[in-house]
Each structure stands twice: as C-alpha cells, then as structure tokens.
Design a protein around this ligand. Structure first.
Ligand code: ADP
Ligand code: MG
Length: 242
C-alpha cells in the first residue's frame, strides 16, 4: 500500500472540512477523488502534508506513519504535489522552474531527469529559456507537472490539473497521466471536478461530499453509477461550469 488515510478529520477554525475520510492508494494505481467545489478535495491533499494538520485519524505513507511529521519531512519521503492553479514561478524561465523542482533531488540526476521531462513534454524544451509566465495555461500545467516529477516522487498528487484549460490541453494532460502510470509506473492521486475524464483515466475513484466519502468503486463502476451520473456527469451541479 502506498497511501492509507484512515478516519482523517481536518478543520479550519470552526469549518469541519474533512469528517473522517478513508482513502487508500496502492502502488501503481491511479486513484481519483471527485467532488463539487468546496467538498474538501484540496484539503484532503494538503492534509497529507500537515496543512491543515489532521485533528484525528491516521495517515500511513509507504509503510510509515506520517500523520505528525513536519511538512518538509513529508515531501522528502517522496510525495509531490501539483497544486490547484499550477503555481509555477512566472518570472523564472522554464528551465529554472524545473531546477526548483529538483532542489530536494540528487544533483547527479538533474541532467537525465531534464531529458526525461523534455521527452514527456517536448514543448518545454522548445520554451526552455522563456519566462514561465509567458506560457499558455496548458503549457504552464505541463511545466507544473514536470516540476513535480523532478523530485522523483513515489506518489504524485494532482489538484484539478484540467481546470480552465482548452479542450486540446485537457486531452493532453489526461494522456500524460495515463502514460506516466502505464509506462513509468507512477502512482497518482488525481483530484478533479472533471469527473468524466478523471474516472476514465483512473483505476479507482472516490466521491467526496461535504468532507465525507459517499461513494467509492472502480472508475467504470462510478461512471455507470446513477448517483455519479446525476450529480457529477450530464450537467449535474458538481460539474457546474464544465
Ligand atoms: N485556508 C482556508 N481557510 C478556511 N477555510 C478553508 C480554507 N481552505 C478551504 N476552506 C474551506 O474548507 C472547505 C473545503 O475546501 P476545499 O478543500 O478547498 O474544497 P475543494 O478543493 O473540494 O473545492 C470549504 O468550505 C472551504 O471554504
Ligand atoms: Mg480545490
């Protein structure tokens, strides 16, 4: 088991954002967490890093209890996050952004890892000396993913990678997710409001509502589930704006 969250609660002041969630990710899996805006998806990812700290429950990563570890110790253990809204460094070049992703990595790997990223995203090699802020939204998302991969994580966390992207880039991002998993064995926890794409790309999925897991199953099962269809596909409220 790569990740096991059991009975995890988290709060922001009086807001009870996670109310006892059980989520697991096995080695080599793509797992998706879908849910409406405000359901607690980002909180769940951030709670893995202790931001906010789980107020109850346990988080086991790669055989070790990380519930009370410091954020930087957790990152060092091999969890890498592509945050909501990408958060690349706009004034730095593409290359500098990638180097920032490698600060925790062995410098001896830098060259070969850059080559791997450019093979995955050839556009980043073309744009290598360009300031990251001048890239299109889709290119910035690719850069954010590549930057996260530069630390050679065991578990990659993606927070709404398709949000606000043009359809062509959405397709490319989900292709990349499949390719990373299938060809590179990357274990991925993917958060999305775009339930259709996410469930098709994932082995398994969970539905989060008001801080609670209300459904789980294989991607296929959830795609076929009447509740998921009504709420998150076919223009349901959870898919608002999609
Ligand atoms: N930094 C914060 N401070 C206070 N409340 C927050 C903060 N971040 C999120 N929340 C609240 O926690 C709940 C879950 O938010 P979030 O995890 O961002 O949901 P999602 O990612 O599913 O849209 C929401 O009610 C949101 O308003
Ligand atoms: Mg969010």
């Amino acid at each position: 088991m790569m990740l096991q969250m059991s009975g995890v609660h988290a709060h922001y002041g009086h807001i009870h954002a996670l109310q006892g969630v059980d989520v697991s990710v096995q080695v080599g899996e793509v797992v998706t967490l879908i849910g409406a805006n405000g359901a607690g998806k980002s909180t769940l990812l951030m709670s893995l890093f202790g931001q906010p700290r789980a107020s109850a429950g346990r988080i086991i990563f790669d055989g070790e209890d990380i519930t009370r570890l410091q954020t930087h110790d957790i990152s060092r253990r091999g969890i890498s996050l592509v945050p909501e809204g990408r958060r690349i460094f706009p004034r730095m070049t593409v290359m500098e952004n990638l180097q920032m992703g490698a600060v925790l990595a062995d410098p001896a790997n830098l060259h070969v890892d850059l080559k791997r990223m450019f093979a995955l995203f050839p556009i980043l090699e073309e744009r290598c000396e360009q300031r990251a802020g001048t890239l299109s939204g889709g290119e910035q998302q690719m850069l954010a993913i590549a930057r996260a991969l530069m630390s050679r994580p065991k578990l990659l966390l993606l927070d709404e990678p398709s949000l606000g992207l043009a359809p062509l880039y959405i397709k490319k991002i989900f292709q990349t997710i499949r390719e990373l998993n299938r060809d590179h064995g990357m274990t991925i926890l993917l958060i999305e409001q775009n339930a259709h794409h996410a469930l098709r790309a994932a082995h398994r999925g969970y539905v989060l509502q008001h801080g609670q897991i209300i459904l789980s199953g294989t991607g296929k099962e959830l795609l076929a589930s009447p509740e998921v269809r009504a709420a998150y596909l076919e223009g349901g409220h959870g898919a608002a704006g999609k």
